[in-house]
Design a protein around this ligand. Structure first.
Ligand code: MG
Ligand code: NI
Length: 481
């Protein structure tokens, strides 16, 4: 008998999602869907707002990723109003970005994904979480909590508050950093750097070696990649050209303002989340596992694949080691977690570097702005992938059009594909158990998705489908827009 398995809610990610696995008569996987069942809709209710308010409004999209939205909105405002922030303003933005990264990568690796690796995918689900890690390894638990907290404290010192920040704005940054504040933050940043060095060394010796088999079999899909690079090809998380890499490793770089020439978004009736694909490749869109079309990925592994090198020495060494072991591009989905620890190290190094830069305590942090009609695209690499904000303003500087493409949105198709790949590999002949279903979830978790950030389509193109079923379970009537 055909049967449907449901994983709901998928746990240890930001936002809400449900996985539906349809089994055929033999109990093998016929199809899978990752349903996103929430809606935020910021693209619509930002209309009519002054562009300078956008960096403060969009932080409410998400309590986990507020810094990425704050900075992308500021950069879209810079572009719309034709502003170039002074070097100190730009560096303060970059500093906050790097610190926010350390906080979020620690959150994901140790609090969300880590339990599957540290305790094992088949561990009792009641202990398979950060509390379970703290009980199994209290010293590690303490370190993790402390270092994530240090990130929040540094952001508090630099910008006044760590969540829902208000200090970045079109034209720069509103709050100069005093020498005293810098000294306090630098001590903390150096501690986070020590932690990040420990984190990747520990994971390489204690965690990853146990899972190399799973890494090679769960959620492996051959896709393209997206990341941001400097002119010399180094990874950059704040600014640069967007690099779109094909599955074979060839690539093209483009200015963020041209993103619509490269990416198109597909709407499918069973999800509030759109499906971006690489329009530029000219092959259309298909999530077929054997012959995918137009599919690329973002987030940690994608950036590690896209860049030539990393500008800080310790992270560069890790990149070389990773590449030697797994090649470029590396298509192994679970290695998003390994790539995440390389980025954690890079951001910790970069934060220390910026705090030691004499310009960081400069007094000139912004230029003033006047409202005007225009269009501005701003992007940053959010921890969860390339984040694009695109605003159009009228002569009063009010938003008349807004489009957001969020890191997780780019990964929508690949997440669906990785789940299908994992489910097909693991569930056979109707045999499944909690461990196997959690392993399917691991292939979603690797992407560190933030679904609360990613769903903004309110323009009626997304269908809400209502099925009316009779007492026998048969669909009597379907209502759809
Ligand atoms: Mg959009
Ligand atoms: Ni988010």
């Amino acid at each position: 008998m055909a049967k449907t398995l449901t994983i709901a809610p998928v746990s240890r990610l930001e936002g809400h999602a449900k996985v539906t696995i349809n089994l055929d008569d033999k109990g093998d996987v016929a199809d899978t869907f990752v349903n996103i069942v929430e809606l935020r809709g910021f693209e619509k209710f930002c209309l009519g707002r002054p562009v300078e308010e956008m960096p403060r409004i969009v932080t409410s999209i998400c309590g986990v990723c507020p810094w990425s939205h704050h900075l992308a909105a500021s950069k879209a405002g810079d572009a719309a109003l034709g502003l170039t922030p002074p070097p100190t303003g730009r560096k303060l933005r970059e500093l906050c970005n790097s610190i926010a990264y350390t906080e979020e990568h620690i959150l994901h690796f140790f609090f969300l994904a880590g339990a599957d690796y540290v305790l094992g995918p088949g561990a009792d689900y009641r202990t398979r979480n950060v509390i379970g890690i703290a009980q199994a390894a209290p010293e590690i638990g303490k370190k993790v909590v402390r270092n994530r907290h240090l990130g929040a404290r540094m952001l508090g010192i630099i910008s006044g508050k760590s969540i829902h920040p208000v200090t970045s704005m079109p034209g720069g940054f509103s709050k100069p950093l005093t020498a005293g504040e810098r000294d306090t933050a630098l001590k903390m940043a150096e501690e986070v750097l020590e932690f990040s060095k420990w984190g990747i060394a520990w994971a390489k010796s204690e965690v990853f070696p146990k899972y190399l088999d799973a890494v090679k079999t769960v959620g492996v899909i051959k896709t393209g990649y997206m990341g941001t690079v400097r002119a010399d090809g180094s990874m950059d998380l704040y600014d640069g050209k967007i690099r779109l890499m094909k599955p074979d490793g060839s690539f093209e770089d483009f200015e963020d303002s041209r993103y619509l020439d490269y990416i198109e978004e597909k709407v499918l009736p069973w999800s509030y989340l759109k499906f971006p694909y690489a329009k530029k490749w000219g092959e259309g869109f298909s999530m077929d596992l054997d012959a995918p079309k137009g599919i690329y990925r973002t987030n940690t592994l994608a950036r590690i694949n896209a860049c030539e090198k990393i500008s800080t020495p310790l992270a560069q060494k890790e990149l070389e080691e990773f590449r030697k072991a797994f090649g470029r591009p590396c298509h192994l989905t679970l290695l998003y977690n390994w790539a995440r620890l390389i980025e954690l190290l890079y951001n910790a190094e970069y934060a220390v570097q910026l705090l030691k830069d004499p310009q960081i305590t400069g007094k000139e942090t912004r230029v003033s702005a006047k409202p005007k009609a225009g269009r501005g695209v701003g992007h940053v690499e959010a921890p969860r992938g390339t984040l694009i904000h695109d605003y159009e303003t009228d002569a009063e500087g009010m938003i008349v059009n807004a489009n957001l493409i969020v890191g997780t949105t780019h990964n929508n198709a690949p997440i669906n594909m990785a789940v299908k790949h994992a489910a097909k590999a693991l569930i056979k002949g109707g045999n499944y158990n909690e461990e196997l279903l959690n392993t399917v979830e691991m292939s979603i978790r690797a992407y560190d998705p933030c679904f609360s950030c990613a769903t903004h389509n309110l323009d009626g193109r997304v269908a809400v489908k209502i099925e009316v079923k009779g007492p026998d379970g048969q669909v009597q009537r379907t209502l759809a827009n």
